[in-house]
Design a protein around this ligand. Structure first.
Ligand code: SF4
Length: 371
């Protein structure tokens, strides 16, 4: 009998059109990308570029900037030119800024049809300008600013209302031969949001930008986003994601990357497999896990490190990992690639794990395994 293979992914990706957001492909066979949005005044070019640089360093692939005023619109050209990652201008209310963003060389423009008065009349001109510049448009429908017509028709922001709004706007662009589009239908309730994206995914082939809007402070927003994105991505739905948190944007990127890594949609980096501890623990697992995590912070190679409190699951998990410790009797058995390489006193566990991790990481980098 052969050993059954372990599945590495949950579903095939939904087949979507591929569009190009600056240097980043979205949809088709392109990897799911992670986005965030700056919190600075866009007109403060220095502060905005500084935040974009921090986001870029943390793994952000596409960044969105708000454009509520003419000063912000005037800043777009410099920001788009100097940013290392594609910049999307986020436009509500004022169609004139859509044209300004296209002229400024933004990689894409997000429009919220529910918030732009007489948007339908402007679509022809927007499609013409975006087409000429090769600028994709994100139709970003949001439960909080749903088109008044649909709000009246459905009574509230139901999945059907969100999807109808998005597809209506897309159809207006299509009338002018413009299909360089991605769509989002965000809602703060993961159940409504998941149902909306499922319906949208079945109704069109546009790439989809996933988001739980106004997801809340870091803890709640992380859970809501992980649950909703997990449900959709596990069905192959979603081409780019933004985790919305009431927290610094770099936190959104960390959460987004972790969601994709958890689903094997992005190569895993450092992964700490640590037990929750229990009455059998013979070391302080929390402290040990925290110290090992801190000691290996920033490591980019896909290293799996097991930190286990006792011998019940310890040796098994430690053996499955690249590196691990199974603790007991004031000592730690250190495993590397499934073999016990040494037993050290408890006080030496952390430094030994970090030393060994560095050696393995160096070898991985030499072998070209780094992510
Ligand atoms: Fe408890 Fe040991 Fe399992 Fe940790 S590995 S949770 S200490 S039984």
């Amino acid at each position: 009998l052969g050993i059954p293979s372990v599945p590495t992914k949950l579903a095939d990706r939904r087949v979507s059109r591929k569009i190009q957001v600056g240097s980043v492909a979205v949809g088709g066979d392109a990897p799911v990308s992670v986005q965030s949005m700056t919190t600075t005044r866009t007109s403060d070019i220095g502060a905005t570029l500084q935040q974009i640089a921090e986001l870029t360093a943390s793994g952000c692939q596409i960044v969105r900037v708000a454009c509520p005023t003419q000063d912000d619109a005037d800043a777009l050209a410099t920001i788009a030119r100097k940013s290392q990652i594609p910049v999307i201008a986020d436009i509500h209310f004022q169609p004139k800024y859509v044209f300004a963003a296209i002229d400024a060389g933004c990689a894409a423009v997000r429009v919220n049809p529910g918030n732009i008065k007489q948007f339908d009349d402007k679509v022809k001109e927007i499609a013409k300008a975006a087409s000429a510049a090769g600028t994709p448009i994100r139709i970003g429908v949001n439960a909080g600013s749903l088109d008044a017509r649909l709000l009246k028709k459905y009574g509230k922001a139901t999945p059907e209302a969100l999807v109808e709004s998005a597809l209506w706007e897309a159809s207006l662009f299509e009338e002018h031969g413009f299909r360089d589009i991605k769509i989002s239908v965000k809602h703060n309730d993961p159940v409504v949001m998941v149902n909306a994206y499922r319906q949208l995914a079945a109704a069109c082939d546009y790439p989809l930008h996933l988001g739980v809007t106004e997801a809340g402070p870091a803890f709640q927003g992380t859970i809501k986003s992980a649950v909703a994105f997990g449900a959709l991505l596990s069905e192959g739905i979603g081409d780019t994601i933004r985790v919305s948190l009431s927290a610094p944007p770099v936190e959104e990127i960390k959460v987004g990357m972790q969601i994709l890594e958890s689903l094997n949609l992005k190569q895993r980096r450092l992964e700490i497999v640590s037990c929750p501890s229990c009455g059998r623990a013979q070391v302080d697992v929390y402290k040990l896990a925290e110290e090992v995590t801190a000691g290996l912070d920033g490591m980019e190679v896909p290293l799996r490190v097991a930190v286990m409190g006792c011998v019940v699951n310890g040796p098994g998990e430690a053996r499955e990992a690249d590196l691990g410790v199974a603790s007991g009797n004031g000592k730690g058995q250190i495993f590397v690639k499934g073999e016990v390489i040494k037993t050290v006193p408890e006080s030496k566990i952390v430094e030994t794990l970090i030393d060994e991790a560095m050696k393995i990481a160096e070898q991985m980098e030499k072998d070209g395994v780094a992510s």
